[in-house]
Design a protein around this ligand. Structure first.
Ligand SMILES: Nc1ncnc2c1ncn2[C@@H]1O[C@H](COP(=O)(O)OP(=O)(O)OP(=O)(O)O)[C@@H](O)[C@H]1O
Ligand SMILES: [Mg+2]
Length: 268
């Protein structure tokens, strides 16, 4: 993973792509997300860390339009945004890659890229030629060594499948990419491949929320981390200002080190 640490930190200037302010949601009696604020700038990777059940997935599902927050505000590109459903999120350039990649195993990369958004010819038939050409263009940017355009994606490696899922997101002009545990099911080589994809996306100015309960998956790739515990934000820090051990202390103990900005969930 160390080879991935060479990515230059993104400049946090201008308007943030995403500002989530004081977001809260409860399920029954459980406050799954409790007044959490996070933000994301263009070309930046923000790692969202915390134990199982900390509220990470719930927070980003609010951004992705899967849940509606009980309170709090979301701004996209500086504008207040109402994200009532996944369609609203996509319209705002927000795409999510869930751990279960939701690829259709029996069809090839192009069919997956355009699943549910197929290109048609003027005669009303599927425009396979245009879809394959677009797929080759976007995959060429992301993963130039990819050759398996004619194979059902069932036969692809975990890293290759990940690149198809990412290609699908960025072809449709994602500006904001949410990756929930993208390397959880991958081996070291495939994990490194996903790291390369993430660097490529950064270079294109895409902002990425990278979610994991394992600090090792994200620390070297992230420009900043935000740590959640029991639904609350422990704090946020630039990865250059804190050590891995300090971030572990945030995750496990809720303790905020000097290099981090504490949130409402920081223990004293
Ligand atoms: N749809 C739901 N209905 C009821 N409770 C939920 C729902 N979704 C999440 N929760 C609860 O909210 C809390 C936060 O869950 P969440 O999935 O956001 O955690 P997480 O940080 O993503 O954990 P993990 O690392 O295991 O993926 C948990 O207590 C969970 O049981
Ligand atoms: Mg989760």
């Amino acid at each position: 993973m160390n080879s991935l640490a060479t990515t230059a930190p993104a400049a946090r200037t201008g308007t943030p792509l995403v500002e989530m302010r004081d977001i809260a949601i409860s399920f029954g009696g459980i406050r799954a997300v409790d007044n959490v604020s996070v933000d994301l700038y263009p070309g930046e990777v923000v790692g969202l860390l915390g134990h199982n059940g900390a509220g990470k997935s719930t927070l980003i599902k609010i951004l992705a339009g899967a849940y509606r927050q009980d309170s709090g505000e979301i701004r996209i590109g500086g504008q207040k945004a109402e994200i009532a459903n996944p369609r609203d999120a996509k319209r705002l350039g927000i795409e999510t890659i869930y751990q279960t990649l939701a690829l259709a195993d029996n069809v090839d990369a192009a069919a997956n890229l355009f699943l549910g958004r197929e290109l048609m010819t003027p005669w009303g038939t599927l425009d396979d030629v245009a879809m394959e050409a677009a797929t080759r263009e976007v995959m060429g940017r992301l993963n130039p060594n990819f050759r398996k355009f004619k194979e059902p994606v069932r036969g692809l490696s975990g890293g290759q499948r990940q690149s198809v899922a990412i290609a699908r997101a960025i072809h449709f002009n994602a500006k904001i990419l949410i990756m929930d545990e993208p390397t959880a099911a991958l081996g070291p080589q495939e994990t490194a491949q996903v790291g390369e994809l993430i660097k490529q996306l950064k270079a294109e100015g895409i902002g990425i929320f990278l979610i994991s309960h394992d600090i090792h998956d994200v620390f070297d790739l992230a420009d900043r981390v935000s740590v959640m515990k029991n639904g609350k934000l422990v704090g946020s820090a630039r990865t250059s200002d804190v050590t891995k051990d300090e971030v572990l202390g945030m995750i496990i103990l809720g303790k905020c080190p000097p290099g981090a900005t504490p949130g409402p969930g920081a223990s004293l």
